[in-house]
Design a protein around this ligand. Structure first.
Ligand SMILES: [Zn+2]
Length: 130
């Protein structure tokens, strides 16, 4: 059972963007907003946005999520874990915002280094589409 959505898709360019952005910020955390379309049982993640308030060296747990735009197409926040752990920390779950949380773990090589989580911290399965 996938608690984020019955069907969860990430566009290939989103996956590549998450990996590239994480890589270019390493060893600091990279933070991105994820945007997409929600239908009844389906979520398609289509776009990444660099958050307006991101400053270099800021970590997700100090990121001011209360200042994020009220835009229903923004589904959640993605951030990298330079440590390589693809799991939310306690602080990550306390700062959960939106419908899903994406964590990209070092070495940021492919979608196997990307984890999608619900607000309980349960990992969701996603499919990469072109
Ligand atoms: Zn984290």
């Amino acid at each position: 059972m996938n608690s984020v959505a019955k069907r969860l898709y990430f566009k290939r360019e989103v996956v590549d963007g998450l990996l590239d952005y994480s890589n270019s910020n390493h060893p600091r955390e990279g933070i991105l907003l994820i945007r997409g379309k929600v239908k009844k049982d389906e979520i398609v993640v289509t776009q990444l946005i660099i958050p307006p308030l991101a400053t270099h060296g800021e970590s997700f747990s100090s990121f001011p999520t209360y200042m994020l735009p009220l835009d229903a197409s923004i589904l959640g926040v993605a951030h990298s874990h330079p440590s390589g752990t693809v799991a939310p920390s306690h602080g990550d779950l306390q700062n959960f915002w939106g419908r899903l949380m994406v964590i990209i773990g070092y070495p940021y090589e492919d979608e196997g280094d990307i984890g999608v989580f619900d607000r309980e911290g349960a990992r969701a399965i996603f499919t990469v589409i072109d």
